[in-house]
Design a protein around this ligand. Structure first.
Ligand code: NAD
Length: 305
C-alpha cells in the first residue's frame, strides 16, 4: 500500500513508518519538525520521502497529488496539555484545522482510509476503571477536547464521503525516540535524569497509576489497522496499571543508578488512575501487546544510553 504518515518524524510516527516499511509498504512523511514537538529529520529513513510542511498549509494538496496515498496515518499534532491550556487556539489550529486539511485532501485524492492517533486524554477523569470505548468522555483540557472532536470529524467524513477511518486511543506510550525534554513522557524524563545525574521530580505521592504501552506495540496496531477496524475507535493499552513509584523503582534497578528524588505538588488535572480495557482492540484488530514493561524499559534505557 502507499501510505502517507503525518508526524512521521516524531516519536510514535517514525516508529509507525518503520513498521510499515518492514511490512513491505511504500511510505512518505509529512512533518514540519515543529520546534515544540519531538520530531527529528534523522528519525525518517533516507529512503523515505519527507515533506517538511505544516499540515495546515494549503500546499498539502500537492503532497497528496504527488504521493497518491491509499491510507493516511495521522500522527502530526500539538500534544502538550500545558500548551493547549496556555494557547487553546494554537491547539485547535493544529489538531482541528490541520486534521480538516488532511481529511479534505483525503477525500479529494481518493484516500481509502485515515488512521488517527487519538488519546486517553479524551476521557478526562472517568468515574469507572478500566476505561473502555463506551466510557463517557469528559476531556479536562483543550488537548483532550480537540482529540475527541477529531474522532467526530472522522465519523462525519465516513458517513458523508465514505472515507474509512480507525481511531486508536493511545494510553501512555513510551520507548526509544521519545523526547525527554517534554512535559509528558515520565519514562523518558526519568531515564534521562537518572543517566545524567539530574534530580527526579515526583508529583504528588507517586501512587498515581497509568497504562504504559511500548511504542512498537502501538506501531503494530497501526499496521493491523490498515486492513481491520474500519469505522471504529479502540482503547490501545496493556490493560495493566503501574504507579510512578513502581516505575521509578524499576528504572533504578535497570539503570543501576540512584536518583535524588524531590516531591512536587500534584499537577492540575492529574488523575489518580487511568488504564485501559484493551479487549475490543484484541478482538477486532487481532492485536495484542507483546512487550512487557520490564523489557520495554530495558530497550528504552539502552536506546537513551
Ligand atoms: N506520546 C503519547 O503517549 C501519546 C499518547 C496519546 C496520543 N498521542 C498522539 O500520538 C501522536 C504522536 O505523538 P508523539 O508522542 O510521537 O509526539 P512527537 O512530538 O514526537 O510527534 C509529533 C510530530 O508531529 C509533528 N508536527 C506537529 N505539528 C505539526 C504540524 N502542524 N504540521 C506538521 N507536522 C507537525 C512534529 O514535528 C512531530 O514530529 C500525536 O497525535 C499525539 O497526540 C501520543
Amino acid at each position: 500500500m502507499r501510505i502517507l504518515v503525518t508526524g512521521g518524524a516524531g516519536f510514535i510516527g517514525s516508529t509507525v513508518v518503520d513498521a510499515y516499511l518492514a511490512a513491505g509498504h511504500e511510505v512518505a512523511v509529512v512533518d514540519s519538525l515543529w520546534h515544540h514537538g519531538g520530531g527529528k529529520g534523522a528519525n525518517v529513513p533516507s529512503t523515505v520521502r519527507h515533506y517538511e510542511l505544516d499540515i495546515t498549509d494549503p500546499a498539502l494538496a500537492q503532497v497528496f497529488a504527488e504521493v497518491q496515498p491509499q491510507v493516511v496515518s495521522h500522527h502530526a499534532a500539538q500534544h502538550s496539555v500545558k500548551l493547549s491550556t496556555d494557547d487553546p487556539a494554537l491547539d485547535a489550529r493544529v489538531n482541528v484545522l490541520g486534521l480538516l486539511n488532511v481529511l479534505e485532501n483525503s477525500r479529494r485524492h481518493a484516500v481509502r482510509k485515515v488512521i488517527y492517533a487519538s488519546s486517553a486524554a479524551i476521557y478526562g477523569a472517568p468515574a469507572t476503571q478500566p476505561i473502555n470505548e463506551a466510557t463517557p468522555q469528559q476531556p479536562t483540557s483543550p488537548y483532550g477536547i480537540t482529540k475527541m472532536v477529531g474522532e467526530h470529524y472522522l465519523r462525519y467524513y465516513r458517513a458523508a464521503f465514505g472515507l474509512e477511518y480507525t481511531a486508536l486511543r493511545y494510553a501512555n506510550v513510551y520507548g526509544p525516540r521519545q523526547n525527554p525534554g517534554g512535559e509528558a513522557g515520565v519514562i523518558a524524563i526519568f531515564i534521562h535524569n537518572l543517566l545524567t545525574g539530574q534530580p527526579i521530580t515526583i508529583h504528588g505521592d507517586g501512587e498515581q497509576a497509568r497504562d504504559y504501552i511500548f511504542v512498537a506495540d502501538v506501531a503494530d496496531a497501526n499496521v493491523r489497522a490498515l486492513t481491520a477496524g474500519d469505522g471504529a475507535s479502540f482503547c490501545l493499552g496493556t490493560g495493566t496499571r503501574t504507579s510512578v513509584n513502581e516505575l521509578y523503582a524499576l528504572l533504578r534497578r535497570i539503570t543501576g543508578r540512584d536518583g535524588q528524588v524531590s516531591h512536587a505538588p500534584t499537577r492540575a488535572g492529574d488523575v489518580p488512575l487511568a488504564y485501559f480495557d484493551n479487549r475490543h482492540a484484541k478482538e477486532a484488530l487481532a492485536w495484542a501487546p507483546t512487550v512487557t514493561l520490564e523489557e520495554g524499559l530495558r530497550r528504552t534505557v539502552a536506546a537513551q544510553s
